[in-house]
Design a protein around this ligand. Structure first.
Ligand code: FES
Length: 121
């Protein structure tokens, strides 16, 4: 995994998403104050760019512009239908005034999928 500089921190608008190419991936990058998140840009429900969606800074979620599924910026897991599968999550580092993102996801659909637990009797 290699970290790539994508922009300066000041290039990112607070509470908005922007699209970047990192290696072979396209990621949606969101800045909330001094914290930066990066998730896969393609909605898991259909081929729609999540970077075109709305950010909820309080819940740290990015909503798909087409049907409204809200994806966690921390885990990639959707909290609302119709999407049921997570999107990949990428490592982000803010080094001084620059933003770096990994070229491989740290969490993907297999590792971040919600686990169903059996109810206790
Ligand atoms: S295309 Fe994203 S929720 Fe349907």
């Amino acid at each position: 995994m290699t970290m790539h500089r994508i922009c300066a921190l000041d290039d990112l608008s607070n509470g908005a998403a922007a699209k970047f190419e990192v290696g072979k991936h396209v990621v949606a990058v969101v800045r909330i104050n001094d914290k930066v998140y990066a998730i896969g840009n393609r909605c898991s429900h259909a081929d729609v760019a999540l970077a075109d969606g709305d950010v909820d800074c309080d819940t740290k979620q990015l909503s798909c512009i087409r049907h409204g599924s809200a994806f966690s910026l921390e885990t990639g897991v959707p909290s609302t239908l119709p999407a049921t599968q997570p999107v990949p999550v990428f490592v982000v580092e803010v080094r001084g005034s620059d933003v770096y993102i990994s070229d491989q996801p740290s969490l993907n659909a297999a590792s971040s999928a919600p686990r169903v637990r059996r109810a206790q009797p």
